[in-house]
Write a protein that binds this ligand. Structure first.
Ligand SMILES: Cc1ncc(COP(=O)(O)O)c(C=O)c1O
Length: 391
C-alpha cells in the first residue's frame, strides 16, 4: 500500500474531473477518471430529485424523503431499520461503537481493510477499541482457523481483551473488489456467534457484491449483525451512507450519530439523490462490471511486459494491474499526460487518471461517469503508453 505522502502526491496528479480539458497537443483532452467510484457527479435526474425533494427536520424524524430512503433501504438490505449518516466512515465507526460497549474490547479485522487503514484509527481514537489484525487472503477473506484461534485465545482469561466484534468488507477493496462468498460469511457469523462476538459488514460496495452474485443484498446481510452501505460510490449520490441492523441497534446508532456530530436536519435533499441512485443501481453497476472486465481482457491481450492483469479476478468494478519495470506512479503520470505524438498516432488526446495502488500496482475503478466508449479510449491510451515504453 502507498504511504500517505505518496497517496497525497498521487491525488495531486489527478486533475479536476472535467470531461474535456485543454491540452498542449493542440486538441481538447478527453478525461477518463478511473481513480475511484467516489468521483461521480450527480446527473440531471439526481439534481432534479434534489431540487424537488420534500424535506423536514430529520432530527425530529420529520423528513419524509429521509424516511423513504431509510425504509426502502431496510427492505433492500433485509434489516429491521436503517439510519442515514453522512459517510461510510461514520457508519463503520457507529457500528463498532454500537457493538463494542466496553473500553478496550477487541475488534478482529483484515490488516488491509478500509476500516483499519483509511479511517484514521477512529475505533481507537474515539471508541477506545483494540484492533487485532489478521492477514487478508488474496480473495479478500480471512483464514477461518486463524480467526477461531484468535477469538478463542483469550476466552475467560482476564489478561486478554474481550473479543466483541469481527469486521468484514464486501466487496473487498484492497484485493481488487473481490466478492466474499456467502458460505464464508455464514461460517464467520456462526464462529463469531458461538463465542459471543458479532459481525459487522463494511458494505460500502455491498450492491456491487449483490449484482456480481446475482442475489438480493439481503442474502448477504443476513449473515451479519450490522451493515454499512455507501450511497456515494457506485450508486453515484453526492453524499451519504446508511447503517443497517435491528431496531434497538439503530436506536443506539441514532444516539451515536448525534455524539459524533451527525444530525442532519433537512437531509432529504441528499436522500433524494440517493433514492435515484438506488433505483438505478442494478443496471449501472452491471455496466460498470462489464466495462471493467472488457478493460482487463483488452489489457491482457496487449501482452505488454510492463504490466499484467488477471481478468478472472475481476469480479466487480475494479481492476488491479501489476506494473513491471517502472514505478506505478510513473505509469500513472504517462497515462495522464497528452502529447502531439499521441494525437498523431491515435487521433485522440486522452488523459487517464489513476492512483498508484502500491509501488508496483495500479487500481482502476469503474463507475457511472465512465462509459463503454471511455473504456475503449482508456485502453487505447494504455496501448500507446505501453508501446512507447518498448519491450
Ligand atoms: C470499503 C470502504 N469502506 C469505507 C469507505 C469510507 O467511505 P466514505 O468515504 O463515505 O467515508 C470507503 C471509501 O472509499 C471504502 O472503500
Amino acid at each position: 500500500m502507498l504511504s500517505g505522502l505518496a497517496r497525497a502526491a498521487a491525488l495531486r496528479l489527478g486533475a479536476p474531473c472535467a470531461r474535456w480539458l485543454g491540452s498542449r497537443a493542440g486538441v481538447p483532452a478527453h478525461v477518463v477518471d478511473l481513480r475511484s467510484d467516489t468521483v461521480t457527479r450527480p446527473g440531471p435526474a439526481m439534481r432534479r430529485a434534489m431540487a424537488e425533494a420534500v424535506v423536514g427536520d430529520d432530527d425530529y424524524g420529520e423528513d419524509p424523503t429521509v424516511r423513504e430512503l431509510q425504509e426502502r433501504a431496510a427492505q433492500l438490505l433485509g434489516v429491521e431499520q436503517t439510519l442515514f449518516v453522512p459517510t461510510n466512515t461514520m457508519a463503520n465507526l457507529i457500528c463498532v461503537m454500537g457493538h463494542c460497549r466496553r473500553r478496550g474490547s477487541q475488534l478482529l479485522l483484515g490488516q488491509e481493510c478500509h476500516l483499519h487503514v483509511y479511517e484514521q484509527g477512529g475505533v481507537a481514537q474515539i471508541a477506545g477499541v483494540h484492533s487485532h489484525l489478521l492477514p487478508d487472503l488474496p480473495h479478500g477473506t480471512l483464514d477461518l482457523d486463524e480467526l477461531e484461534r484468535v477469538i478463542t485465545r483469550g476466552l475467560g482469561n482476564p489478561y486478554h481483551p474481550v473479543c466483541e466484534l469481527v469486521c468484514l468488507e464486501n466487496t473487498h477493496s484492497s484485493s481488487g473488489g473481490r466478492v466474499l462468498p456467502i458460505d464464508y460469511l455464514r461460517q464467520v457469523h456462526l464462529l463469531a456467534q458461538s463465542h459471543g462476538a458479532r459481525v459487522h459488514l463494511d458494505g460500502a460496495r455491498l450492491m456491487n457484491a449483490a449484482v456480481a452474485l446475482r442475489v438480493p443484498p439481503a442474502r448477504i446481510v443476513e449473515h451479519c449483525d450490522s451493515v454499512s452501505f455507501c450511497l456515494s460510490k457506485g450508486l453515484g449520490a453526492p453524499v451519504g451512507a446508511l447503517v443497517g441492523g435491528p431496531k434497538d441497534f439503530i436506536q443506539e446508532a441514532w444516539r451515536l450519530r448525534k455524539a459524533l456530530g451527525g444530525g442532519m436536519r433537512q437531509a432529504g435533499v441528499l436522500a433524494a439523490a440517493a433514492l435515484v441512485g438506488l433505483a438505478e443501481a442494478e443496471e449501472e453497476l452491471s455496466r460498470d462490471h462489464e466495462n471493467a472486465r472488457r478493460f482487463a481482457r483488452g489489457l491482457q491481450a496487449l501482452a505488454s511486459p510492463h504490466c499484467s492483469v488477471n481478468p478472472a479476478a475481476v469480479e466487480t468494478n475494479m481492476v488491479l494491474v501489476k506494473v513491471v519495470g517502472l514505478p506505478a506512479a510513473d505509469l500513472c503520470q504517462r497515462l495522464q499526460a497528452v502529447s502531439p505524438d499521441e494525437v498523431a498516432q491515435t487521433g485522440h488526446a486522452v488523459r487517464v487518471l489513476l492512483f498508484p495502488w502500491t509501488e508496483q500496482s495500479v487500481r482502476a475503478v469503474w463507475h457511472r461517469d465512465v462509459s463503454t466508449q471511455d473504456t475503449e479510449l482508456a485502453l487505447r491510451k494504455w496501448e500507446f503508453v505501453l508501446r512507447q515504453l518498448g519491450p
